[in-house]
Design a protein around this ligand. Structure first.
Ligand SMILES: CC(C)(COP(=O)(O)OP(=O)(O)OC[C@H]1O[C@@H](n2cnc3c(N)ncnc32)[C@H](O)[C@@H]1OP(=O)(O)O)[C@@H](O)C(=O)NCCC(=O)NCCS
Length: 236
């Protein structure tokens, strides 16, 4: 839930297929300028475009901002893997972002909140950078990017600006590292456990044999297994 100003709040959530009619209405109601800035053309959403905008394809993640049950913002991320390079032998995992906010809701923090949500979700999928195409005249979008993501790299192509935002990897809990002496102790303990197991088996066999056959004279208790003590203290 984001509080956009003193009166209004909007919630951000993933798009559901059931949102398609409302999503169609949201894009229809955008000003010509907002639609042009979003799609680089005064696009009207067709059924197939709405399927994509609602996260239909497996590589598309789409979210909406909703206020009082009405969609007031939409953003989507389309994942792709780039060609392998020397620096990135598996190919960089990139997501292409598109975002638009209802005209009456612009400049109230919705665009930034939508972007942040998409970024967190992309990081959870292992994406390592965001890509965006922005028209050079789109001051608002450029101000938003440079204001909130100063690490963005902007390059010029013939008719747009290509923006890249590197994403830090999410910090997942690391498996506990062991020092070399700890590792040796662990291995030795493992070896000892294996030996104990074998020795116990041997002992059982001896006892079973002893049970089956009469014990030889002088055989009253099992022999001590000295190897175990030596193995569990490597320094001796
Ligand atoms: C670009 C867009 C998504 C930004 O969304 P928004 O909800 O208006 O943006 P925010 O309120 O989160 O503002 C984020 C920053 O953008 C900048 N900004 C927003 N509106 C601005 C304006 N009219 N003039 C100058 N800067 C502006 C500010 O730096 C602002 O940061 P701050 O207010 O926290 O200091 C929205 O304006 C929009 O839908 N534009 C049309 C579609 C589009 O251009 N999409 C991008 C191409 S994919």
């Amino acid at each position: 839930m984001i509080r956009t100003d003193s009166r209004a709040t909007a919630a951000i959530r993933p798009v559901h297929p059931a949102d398609r009619p409302a999503l169609g209405g949201f894009f229809e109601d955008l000003s010509l300028e907002s639609r042009y800035l979003r799609f680089f053309a005064p696009v009207r959403p067709t059924a197939s475009l709405l399927r994509v905008l609602s996260g239909g394809p497996a590589n598309v993640d789409a979210v909406v901002a909703v206020a009082d049950g009405v969609i007031v913002g939409h953003a989507m991320a389309t994942d792709r893997v780039e060609a392998r390079t020397f620096e990135d032998p598996c190919g960089a995992s990139v997501t292409e972002i598109g975002v638009v906010v209802a005209d009456a809701w612009q400049r109230r923090g919705v665009g930034t909140a939508l972007m942040r949500t998409l970024i967190t979700r992309a990081q959870a999928r292992g994406v390592t950078s965001l890509a965006m195409d922005v028209l050079p005249s789109n001051r608002r979008m450029l101000a938003m990017i440079t204001g909130h993501w100063p690490q963005a790299v902007i390059t010029h192509s013939p008719d747009s600006l290509e923006i890249r935002i590197p994403l830090p990897r999410l910090q997942l809990p690391q498996p506990q590292m062991r020092t070399a002496p700890q590792l040796v102790r662990a291995l030795v303990t493992l070896g000892a456990a294996a030996l104990i197991g074998r020795a116990r088996r041997d002992l059982r066999t001896q006892r079973e044999r002893a049970h089956d056959h009469k014990p030889a004279a002088g055989w009253s208790k099992p022999p001590r297994i000295r190897t175990l003590g030596r193995l569990s203290t490597p320094s001796s």
